[in-house]
Design a binder for this molecule. Structure first.
Ligand code: SF4
Ligand code: SF4
Length: 244
C-alpha cells in the first residue's frame, strides 16, 4: 500500500496532543545526590518514635498486606525506600500518606517490626507542618481545617468545615451539594451556627502542652534508641577487633 500524506488537520491534532502530553508528563525522574535531603530519614524516624527505618529489607510484605496499596502512587515499601534515600518532596507530596487507612496490617506483618503506620502518621504531620502536600487534595485540607477549628473553638462546626473544604479544593462541588445541605438544614441535622466551648484559651493551652510533651517524649525515645544503637555497634566493633 502506498504511503498517503497525512491530512494537515490530523498532523496539527497529533502535534497538539503530543505537546500537551510533554508539557504535563515530562519530568526529570532522578535526582542528584546533592538535591536529596540526607537528614530526612532521621527526622521521620524521630517523629515515628525512633523507628528503625534503616533495617527495612525491602521484602514488600507491607505492600502485599496493605488493602489500599492498589490506589497508592507509591506502595508502603517504596515509601520506606524513598525516605531512606532522602526523597523528601516526593514522599511528602504523594497520595499514599493520605490514603493510608491506619489499619496496621503492614505493621503487624513486617518481619523487621517497623511501625509503618506510625511512619505514615509522621509523614502526614511533616506534610502539614511544611505545607508539602497537594493543595487541592481533599484529605489533607480536611485534616488541616478540622484541626484549625478545634484548636480555635474547642469544637468542630460541620457546616463551616464543609464550606472551607470545598472552597479550598473544588468550589464547583459546593453547588452540587446545595440541595443536600438545604435538606439537612430544614430537618435540623445541620446548623450554620459556629460552635465553641466556653474556656477556649485554657483548652488551647492544654493542647499546646500535650503537643510539646509528645514531641519531647519522641525526641527522648529516639535519642535513647540512637544511644543504644551506637553502644551495640561499638561493642560489636570491639568484639570483632578482639577476635582479629
Ligand atoms: S514489610 Fe517491613 S521490611 Fe518488608 S519492605 Fe515493608 S517495611 Fe521493609
Ligand atoms: S496501615 Fe496504612 S500503609 Fe499500612 S497496611 Fe494499613 S492502609 Fe496500608
Amino acid at each position: 500500500m502506498e504511503d498517503q500524506p497525512l491530512d494537515s488537520s490530523k498532523v496539527r491534532s497529533i502535534v497538539g496532543r503530543r505537546s500537551l502530553y510533554w508539557d504535563q508528563k515530562v519530568k526529570r525522574r532522578f535526582k542528584y545526590e546533592a538535591e536529596l535531603d540526607q537528614g530526612f530519614a532521621e527526622r521521620v524516624a524521630k517523629l515515628a518514635y525512633g523507628e528503625k527505618l534503616y533495617s527495612c529489607i525491602q521484602c514488600g510484605t507491607c505492600s502485599a498486606s496493605c488493602p489500599v496499596s492498589h490506589w497508592m502512587d507509591f506502595t508502603p515499601r517504596r515509601v520506606i525506600a524513598l525516605i531512606q534515600a532522602g526523597y523528601k518532596e516526593e514522599v511528602l507530596e504523594c497520595f499514599t500518606i493520605w490514603l493510608c487507612a491506619s489499619c496496621y496490617a503492614c505493621t503487624v506483618d513486617c518481619p523487621k517490626q517497623i511501625k509503618i503506620t506510625d511512619v505514615m502518621y509522621a509523614l502526614r504531620q511533616e506534610a502539614l507542618e511544611h505545607a508539602g502536600y497537594r493543595k487541592r487534595f481533599p484529605i489533607p485540607v480536611l485534616a488541616r481545617e478540622f484541626f484549625k477549628q478545634v484548636m480555635k473553638n474547642g469544637r468542630n462546626s460541620e457546616s463551616h468545615l464543609m464550606l472551607n473544604l470545598y472552597m479550598k479544593t473544588n468550589p464547583f462541588k459546593l453547588l452540587k451539594m446545595v440541595k443536600v445541605g438545604l435538606g439537612l438544614l430544614r430537618t435540623g441535622r445541620f446548623s450554620l451556627k459556629k460552635e465553641h466551648i466556653k474556656q477556649r484559651e485554657q483548652f488551647q493551652n492544654l493542647l499546646k502542652a500535650v503537643d510539646r510533651l509528645e514531641k519531647e517524649a519522641r525526641i527522648e525515645e529516639a535519642n535513647d534508641r540512637t544511644a543504644k544503637r551506637i553502644a551495640s555497634e561499638t561493642v560489636g566493633r570491639l568484639e570483632k577487633e578482639a577476635h582479629q
